[in-house]
Structure formats: structure tokens, C-alpha cells
Design a protein around this ligand. Structure first.
Ligand code: URA
Length: 422
């Protein structure tokens, strides 16, 4: 095709639509290095400022899928369903959800990432389980889906390599927030992963990528459109991330709370979201069921033990405990307002998250809330406990919590599911 990167940048800069062929050419040549980072960052900025049509987003997603390998689970003889969350504080839903859905005979292929910044990564949480391995070959993924029915593992380098390159570039050029780029980035990986049904959990609020409902609504709509255009049965939930999800934030702490849910207990918000996302995944996969049953009767827990063992983990081994802890108590009487971002920052600072790609995380670091959003506290009562292996981190985290917690007038906790899109 006789075009140049500059022509395409100018076309997008001047608010014209790019064709399928042009987008394919752009992504192909960017992946192989013919188009430079300077040119691609200029294109990303033009997309951020001028947007993309539904067709352009579909072409972009397809081009990113075609930049690498795709998985195919049609030989499994069972339906597949997955979920993707845009990430939030205390968001451990994948842990109870994957075995719960698999316990109804629907395969869950979940290729995940590690955390960066204040939101934790699913792999970091699983890696807090002694012996558990994140890396599997494509054949091992297929075999585990056939036998156990659920896999949570690291996405290999072969999956949507164009996205890896573009995401790293967006990160340093102020173009992460472009809805067409976020949507095609998320969906290219999910579609390449081979799932036939997908539930998107788009978080909204201070602890999320999307701070307001309008932005989140736009992203969710675009994600659902891409899914439908690619023959993946897709639904989206907009869910509250103005306050942490559950009471435990941090890697091993979130495994602990997930085990409470799998044992039929756990905090109401975590249980509700797990059950409702599971119900939707099962529905999209053609199974009508009440997922709360397999949480109560132990079948989801049995599946968890099987799933962890299949990846070398010992589900019965004790989890790491932190060397140091600190209590935060109420300085006055009143109702609590707990901000998700501040608690996420505290947990990250205590060692649960990483500042740089590739850095180590602490298994046991994090925050345990004794009181949650909207609850009454009396002066001197315990609000939360901070845990870390590095005592010097406590001071900064205490300051984060002081900023995150307000005690005052009665406030209502928002519903956990703000909107459903089907
Ligand atoms: N998550 C992704 O995978 N991609 C984005 O662009 C943003 C969040």
C-alpha cells in the first residue's frame, strides 16, 4: 500500500477516518519497527484528541489481534467464558470467580497480568500461594481447561505484541486515557485469548482508571461493541470503586478473603459481585444457574483446590504473615467515609504493589479494614490495620490512610453494581 506514516498521522490529525487497510498497515509496520515510536506517539495523540469511529476501533482491535498468536479452545467440548476488570483496590474477584464458574462446567481461560501502581495484579495474588506457578505453555493451558476447567496464568509474549509495544508507548506519552486505545488494548488480548463469552467489570471511582460514570459508560459501550463485532458474547457491569472492595487489600490478604468467599462467607460486596458476574458468565455460556449454591455447598472450593494444585500450588499451606503491623484508630465519633485511592496507595506503599515493572512485591503487605464505608465508629475504635515486612514503610502508609479516611455525617454506601449493559 503506497502510504506513509506521516500521511496517516495527518489524516487522523485532520479528523478523517482511517480505512481497514491503513490501520492494518500502521499496526503491522509499528510492530516490526518500520514505524518509529515518535510517529506512533503522534498517532496515539491524534486518536486521543479526535477519537475513532466504531469501524476504526474494530479494525484496530483486529490488527492488534493479528499482530500475534491466537488461542483456540473449540476442541475443549465445553463452553468458555472469561471476565476482565479494569482494576481496582481490593479487587480479588477473579480468585473465587474462576473456580466458581468452572464448577458449573464452563471453562475459564484467564490470561492475566501483574499489578503496577496502586491496583494489585491477579498474578501477584496467586503468587502469594506457596508453589503456585504463573507461566504455562499453550498446551498446558488447553490441558488444564480440559481437566480442571479453569486457568489463571500469565499472558505469553506471543499474544497481541502490538498492544504491548503501544501500551508502553502510551504510558510515557500521555495517551493512556484514549478510549479507543484502551478498548482495543483490552479487547485484543481477550479475543486473542480465545474466549467465546466475556463479562467486563468496568470500575468507576477514585480507585479506578475511570473516575466518573460518564467516562466509564463510554468505555463500557465501546468494549461491548468490539466484543459483539468479533462474535464474542459480551456484557459489561459498571461497578463502584469509590471505596475498597471487601475488607482485605494486599496479595496474601486477598487470597485469605477469597477463601472466606469460597467457604460460603466473606464480605457482602465481594460475594455479590462474584455471584452476579458468575451468573452473567454462565448465562452468556448458555448455563442458567444460581452461582451462590456452589459457594455454599463447597463445590467451588473443591475446584479452587484442584485449580491451585494443577499449577503446583498448595491450597492448604499457610500464607505468609507480615513481620510488622500498626493499628489505626478513630480520633472522633462519626460515620466513616473511606476513599479507595488512599487505601490503595497505602497498600502499595506497604509493599503489596510495585513502582517499576519487574520489581518484587511482598506477599503479606497490605491493609485490613475493621470498619467499612458508611459504618459508625466511636473514638478509639480500630479502623484498620497495616501490615508490612519493612517497618519504615508504615509512616508513609499511615499518612495515606489519614488522607483516605474521613469521620463525619452519615453517608450511604453506593450500590456495588451501578449499571449493567447487555
Ligand atoms: N488495561 C489494558 O489492558 N489496556 C489499557 O489500555 C488500559 C488498561
Amino acid at each position: 500500500m503506497a502510504v506513509s506514516a506521516v500521511e496517516l498521522i495527518v489524516k487522523k490529525r485532520d479528523k478523517h477516518e482511517l480505512s481497514n487497510q491503513e490501520i492494518q498497515w500502521l499496526i503491522e509496520n509499528y510492530t516490526t519497527g518500520q514505524i518509529t515510536d515518535e510517529q506512533m506517539s503522534s498517532m496515539a495523540m491524534a486518536i486521543l484528541l479526535n477519537g475513532m469511529s466504531r469501524d476504526e476501533v474494530r479494525f484496530l482491535t483486529q490488527a492488534m489481534i493479528e499482530s500475534g498468536e491466537t488461542m483456540n479452545f473449540s476442541g475443549l467440548d465445553k463452553p468458555t467464558a472469561d471476565k476482565h476488570s479494569t482494576g481496582g483496590v481490593g479487587d480479588k474477584i477473579t480468585l473465587p470467580l474462576a473456580p466458581l464458574v468452572a464448577s458449573y462446567g464452563v471453562a475459564v481461560p484467564q490470561l492475566s497480568g501483574r499489578g503496577l501502581g496502586h491496583t494489585g495484579g491477579t498474578l501477584d495474588k496467586f503468587e502469594a500461594i506457596p508453589g503456585w506457578q504463573a507461566s504455562l505453555s499453550n498446551q498446558q493451558i488447553f490441558d488444564q481447561l480440559k481437566t480442571v476447567g479453569a486457568v489463571v496464568c500469565a499472558a505469553g509474549d506471543g499474544l497481541a505484541p502490538a498492544d504491548k509495544k503501544l501500551y508502553a508507548l502510551r504510558d510515557v506519552t500521555g495517551t493512556v486515557e484514549a478510549t479507543p486505545l484502551i478498548a482495543s488494548s483490552i479487547m485484543s488480548k481477550k479475543i486473542a485469548e480465545g474466549t467465546k463469552a466475556l463479562v467486563l467489570d468496568v470500575k468507576v471511582g477514585s480507585g479506578a482508571f475511570m473516575k466518573d460514570l460518564e467516562q466509564a459508560d463510554k468505555l463500557a459501550n465501546t468494549l461491548v461493541e468490539i466484543g459483539r463485532d468479533s462474535s464474542v458474547a459480551t456484557s459489561a457491569f459498571l461497578t463502584d470503586m469509590s471505596t475498597p472492595l471487601g475488607k482485605k487489600i494486599g496479595n496474601a490478604l486477598e487470597v485469605e478473603e477469597s477463601l472466606e468467599v469460597l467457604a460460603g462467607g466473606g464480605p457482602a460486596d465481594v460475594v455479590e459481585l462474584t455471584v452476579e458476574i458468575a451468573r452473567e458468565m454462565l448465562k452468556l455460556a448458555g448455563v442458567e444457574a444460581d452461582p451462590s449454591e456452589n459457594l455454599k455447598n463447597g463445590k467451588a472450593m473443591d475446584k479452587w483446590v484442584e485449580m491451585v494444585a494443577a499449577q503446583g500450588g498448595d491450597a492448604h499451606a499457610p500464607l505468609d504473615k507480615a513481620k510488622h503491623s500498626e493499628s489505626v484508630v478513630a480520633e472522633t465519633d462519626g460515620y466513616l467515609n473511606i476513599d479507595a485511592l488512599g487505601v490503595g496507595m497505602a497498600s502499595w506503599r506497604l509493599g503489596a504493589g510495585r513502582e517499576k515493572q519487574g520489581a518484587e512485591v511482598q506477599n503479606a503487605a497490605g491493609v485490613v479494614l475493621n470498619k467499612t464505608q458508611g459504618e459508625w465508629v466511636s473514638k478509639g475504635e480500630l479502623i484498620c490495620e497495616l501490615f508490612t515486612d519493612a517497618e519504615q514503610k508504615i509512616e508513609g502508609a499511615t499518612m495515606d490512610i489519614a488522607q483516605a479516611v474521613e469521620i463525619g455525617e452519615k453517608i450511604e454506601r453506593k450500590p456495588i453494581i451501578l449499571k449493567e449493559m447487555r
